[in-house]
Design a protein around this ligand. Sequence first.
Ligand code: AMP
Length: 240
Amino acid sequence: MRLLLFGPPASGKGTHGDRLSESLRIPEISTGNILRAQVSLRTPLGLQAGRLMERGELVPDQLMVDIIEERLRRPDCHRGFLLDGFPRTVAQAIALDRLLQAMGVRFDRILYLAVPEEELVRRISARLTCSVCGRSYAFDHTQPRPDHCEDDGGLLLVRDDDRPETARRRILVYIENTFPVLDHYRAQGLVSEIDGRGPIEVVAKRILAVLGHDLPAPDLKATERFTPGAGETPAGAGRQ
Ligand code: AMP
């Protein structure tokens, strides 16, 4: 199955992307995670992207299209994939249409996680991220703040681009540049809008209800857990 998880920053794409990737056994391709891995490796791409990311700006379209093309052509994408964070501009969406057409495949569904702006700001201001695996935690300001990741003991920090100024800029960039991508896919009849408010389990049920008829029969021989591709943070990254 080929899916796109679409939504504003902190709408839950990482959380639900992890779950869907595991249950459908398809790789989750998060361009944010790919870029963060490059930033921490201090590659030339990471240095260029890092400067833009810390201001909440978008990385240039052509760089992103090249990254996604290289990733989608890897063999683990033959059975399907789930994109998170790409495309973020109409130009990226048009380039992706061409790429998918050249590969002879198409999206099955675009899942749009709709969350109101006030809720996004609240979630971002209450989000801590593991400095080792990238898993994110929602914390309650009235409770003691958690320090370490439950999975690997990594220190929990505020993600650089979750600081209030940058977070506000990311939301604005989403409204101006990314939101119009929805119309591009609406014109193709691919968009299912999902109410992204409320507890994770409730939102997960709404997503499954949309995909219900598309979900493959369980593969009884499949016992191994899907492992993410090189250059991405492990499963768990982005959960909130
Ligand atoms: P995310 O983790 O998806 O919120 O992405 C974090 C940051 O990475 C964004 O604020 C952008 O600076 C950059 N980024 C991720 N995906 C893209 C994309 N498709 N196009 C441009 N910039 C991107």
